[in-house]
Design a protein around this ligand. Sequence first.
Ligand code: 5GP
Length: 114
Amino acid sequence: MMTDNIFLKIIEKQIPAKIVHEDDRCLAFHDVNPQAPVHVLIIPKKVIPTHDQLSEADGALLGHLHLIAVKLASQLGLGAGYRLVVNCKEGAGQTVPHLHMHLLGGRDMKWPPG
Ligand code: 5GP
C-alpha cells in the first residue's frame, strides 16, 4: 500500500541520497536498490502521486524531466542506450506515491519487461 512519501523527505533533505542533479523543478539521485549499473530516479519537486494524475499544466515539467534524463544519460556514460520507466500505481509495481522516472542503463535490456 502506498502511503509514505519518502521522496518528499529526500527533496527536503530530511534523509540522504546520492544526488546527481538538482534544480528548481526536479531532483535526480541514485536508486538505493539499483536494477542496473546505472539506476537513477528523476523526480519533480511538485508532488504528483501517480502518472495518471498529470494534467495539461504539467506538460512543461514533464518535458523538463525528459531533458534532464537526456543530460544525465550522457553524463553517466549511457551512450550505448538506456531505458526510462514510469510505474503507475501498485498494479505496475509503483511503491512510492510520488511521480518518478527510472533511468536505467549500463547493461543489455530485455523486452518485454516483467
Ligand atoms: P517504484 O517501484 O515506485 O517505481 O520505484 C521506487 C524506487 O525507489 C525503487 O526502485 C526503490 O529502490 C527506490 N527507493 C525507495 N526508497 C528509497 C530511498 O529511500 N532512497 C533511494 N535512493 N531510493 C529509494
